[in-house]
Design a binder for this molecule. Structure first.
Ligand SMILES: *Cc1c(COP(=O)(O)O)cnc(C)c1O
Length: 445
């Protein structure tokens, strides 16, 4: 496995995989599988790298991976935090991150989310629509909440080479105000003129998992030109820097990214601060997922299915975006000269539940083997679900040979925690609800 696909502090070989000194096979026995393991030193180093590359500021986009330990770590290393919902805001605050270090995003922020953000005086609100402007006005005027410092999310109308689901800067995107149509300029003018807003600048984010700097630079350049026109003090160029998922992938470095952004933005004459909001590129490669092989099946077509104890419920990215992953056996990372070529599938009840196809594993791969999938630190745990009522995986941070559990595995009790099954609490009006459910009516009959 190329070192570039593994956490910084990985030792691989001789039957063991050590991450930051932690023997992951031991960790898997102790904490169970599926298990996500992050190299804490790698996370910290990556945060510091972004802080150094963007003197104007670097915000960690929490949606890539969020728990209190992660929020705290990014804050300790000098980053501010992007949150895109009341839930993400709650986790960050619960980690002791001050509200003044939070930036609130979202294309449909609720009254409650906005009111909390205003009351707590978050660092910035990134305004995305006229409806949101109206909601903020009403909250400031009628509830006497403090006027927020705002950025305007603009749509630069650029098409980027990535999966359509994570392209956000094309002309018909749901995000932001169109520069081309003049809506962005009109909205910025209104916010500059209205006392309910303290206008600070412009925000653009063209997409995620981008392998070429051209797209990010194109979006940044258009937004910078706009920022200059409206007299903005600051420009946020979003995230989007891609990561290598497989040995075939090539991506730019953090340095190359910041250099390209700086050069294109300054070329427009914009003189304010430039900041960035990386998510994936902070956490993706720092994390691996461990699975236990449970079933090996050779079907008549010749295909070999290796079933592991997770699936699209803990990592929906292959099913959603066709993401390709590498995988290897912890006890024998080298597949050897005569490998088995297998599809790694999960235990979810769908044929789309394939985590990796055409993976080469040693011929003697066996039930009980521990399988490692690298580069699963971003948009994996945060996108996981309880599909098929599987509990979400546990997450540990590895530091100096020790494991620190930061998210515990979901239990059967957790799976029932929000399930309401008590006649006394059933809503009275839709009587249909009762009779439609054989389980609800049975006890009364
Ligand atoms: C998702 C997102 C990011 C982070 O994107 P990555 O590709 O993970 O770096 C940054 N800013 C905004 C507004 C986002 O929605």
């Amino acid at each position: 496995m190329p070192p570039s696909l593994l956490p910084d502090n990985t030792k691989l070989g001789l039957g063991a995989l050590l991450i930051n000194g932690l023997d992951v096979a031991e960790a898997a026995s102790r904490f169970g599988t599926p298990l996500q393991v992050y190299d804490e030193a790698h996370l910290r180093a990556r945060c510091r790298e972004f802080v150094a590359a963007f003197p104007g500021g670097a915000a960690y986009a929490t949606k890539a991976f969020l728990c209190r330990a992660m929020a705290r770590l990014a804050y300790e290393e000098g980053m501010t935090l992007d949150v895109a919902s009341g839930g993400e805001m709650t986790v960050a605050l619960a980690a002791g991150v001050p509200s003044g270090s939070l930036i609130l995003h979202g294309n449909n922020k609720s009254d409650d989310e906005l009111a909390d953000a205003l009351r707590l005086r978050v660092r910035r609100i990134v305004v995305d629509s006229r409806d949101e402007m109206n909601r903020i006005r009403i909250l400031v005027q009628r509830r006497g909440l403090p006027a927020p410092e705002v950025l305007i999310r603009v749509n630069p109308a650029v098409n980027v080479m990535t999966h359509p689901a994570v392209s956000t800067g094309q002309a018909d995107s749901k995000f932001g105000f169109s520069i081309r149509s003049g809506e962005a300029a009109a909205a910025a003018d209104d916010m500059i003129a209205d006392p309910e807003f303290r206008f600070r600048g412009v925000h653009v984010h063209v997409g995620s998992q981008l392998a070429s700097l051209d797209a990010i630079a194109a979006g940044a350049s258009i937004a910078a030109g706009f920022a200059r026109c409206v007299g903005a003090e600051e420009l946020v160029i979003g995230g989007g820097l891609g990561v290598a998922q497989t040995r075939a992938d090539r991506v730019p470095s953090v340095k190359a990214w910041s250099a390209a952004v700086n050069a294109t933005v300054r070329a427009t004459g914009f003189e304010g601060t430039i900041s960035a909001e990386p998510g994936r590129s902070v956490v993706a490669t720092a994390g691996i997922t461990l699975y236990r092989v449970g079933t090996i099946k050779n079907v008549p077509s010749g295909r070999c299915y290796i079933s592991i104890d997770g699936g699209l419920s803990d990592n929906p990215r292959p099913a959603l975006y066709g993401t390709a992953y590498e995988a290897f056996l912890v006890r024998c990372p080298d597949p050897g000269a005569d490998p088995v070529i297998a599809d790694i599938v999960g235990k979810n009840c769908e044929s789309g539940d394939t985590l990796a196809s055409g993976v080469r594993l040693p011929r003697d791969v066996a039930v009980g083997d521990l399988l490692c999938m690298p580069v699963t630190g971003a948009y994996v745990h945060s996108m996981s679900s309880n599909y098929n009522k599987l509990g979400r995986a546990a997450v540990i941070f590895a530091a100096e040979g020790r494991a620190r559990m930061v998210v515990r595995r979901e239990s059967m009790r957790d799976l029932l925690a929000t399930d309401v099954f008590d006649d006394a609490t059933m809503p009275p009006s839709p009587g249909l609800l009762r009779s439609a459910s054989p389980f609800a009516t049975q006890p009364n009959n």
